[in-house]
Ligand binder design. Structure first.
Ligand code: SAM
Length: 245
């Protein structure tokens, strides 16, 4: 590639991703703040306010690639601690950090942590009112399979929300964003975690992910209705929404 990064084939992708998140789990939250200059917090707040979980018992939400729990915790809080949220991640190291954080916040009762693959969800059909995935789907080797699984486990009337890095379409911002991504992020990663390779992978994977319109088409192909999106920070991130009707 233009920046000389390793190209990773489909079959090798998941082990590499697992290794990356295993290595950075302890520093993951700090890295998010540094690399996005705190913006990821606003995008995540936006995601949960768009979901607007009801403030009554019985709402079941699934947060896939939930990592250290950022989205799940926000859903629990936004529901006045009524929602039951399952945090699913393929990586036990990330989940462990999430469980410790949940205990510290006193919200562990509302949460279930499950180690599993987004491509093969260990749940019955029609089990959840909402499915969320933040900065996770880009890491899944077969995105279409993950989307079909999302559709399958949602109840009819259920909501799909996906927050992901996307395409910046603003003349000056795109250049600043490129400079930041390729010149600042890997060195910050090296400083904090001792290794820049995972952060080169991160930047590369963002560039390969489909843009807003193409990703919306994929969500529609998986069966979802009324698929829309909103951009955050000029398209650095985008939030896609769909409904299982
Ligand atoms: N959602 C959290 C957040 O926004 O802070 C964590 C996002 S983190 C960038 C990506 C997560 O995706 C990692 O915790 C990783 O283990 C998980 N992941 C990668 N591949 C996965 C898969 N196939 N199934 C489930 N989780 C996966």
């Amino acid at each position: 590639t233009a920046y000389g990064f390793k190209q990773v084939g489909q079959g090798e992708k998941q082990p590499l991703v697992n290794e990356v998140f295993h290595r950075v789990a302890d520093r993951y939250d700090l890295m998010n703040d540094l690399m996005s200059a705190g913006l990821h917090r606003l995008w995540k707040d936006g995601m949960v306010s768009w979901l607007n979980p009801p403030k009554r018992h019985g709402f079941r939400s699934l947060d896939v690639a939930g990592g250290t729990g950022d989205i799940a915790f926000r859903i629990v809080e936004a529901s006045n601690r009524n929602a039951d949220v399952t945090v699913l991640d393929i990586n036990g190291s990330m989940l462990k950090v999430g469980e410790e954080r949940a205990l510290k916040r006193g919200i562990a009762e509302n949460l279930t942590f499950v180690e599993a693959n987004a491509e093969e969800l260990p749940f019955e059909d029609n089990s959840f009112d909402a499915y969320t995935i933040a900065f996770g789907i880009r890491n899944v080797p077969r995105i279409d399979v993950a989307l079909s699984e999302a559709y399958r486990v949602l109840k009819p009337g259920g909501r799909f929300l996906c927050l992901e890095f996307s395409e910046v379409d603003m003349p000056l911002l795109d250049r600043i964003y490129d400079e930041w991504s390729f010149r600042a992020i890997p060195p910050i990663g090296k400083m904090v975690t001792g290794d820049d390779e995972p952060y080169r992978y991160l930047v590369e994977s963002i560039r390969k992910f489909p843009n807003q319109k193409d990703f919306a088409a994929m969500i529609t192909r998986a069966g979802f209705s009324r698929v829309t999106w909103r951009d955050y920070s000029g398209g650095i991130a985008a939030l896609h929404s769909g409904w299982k009707i």
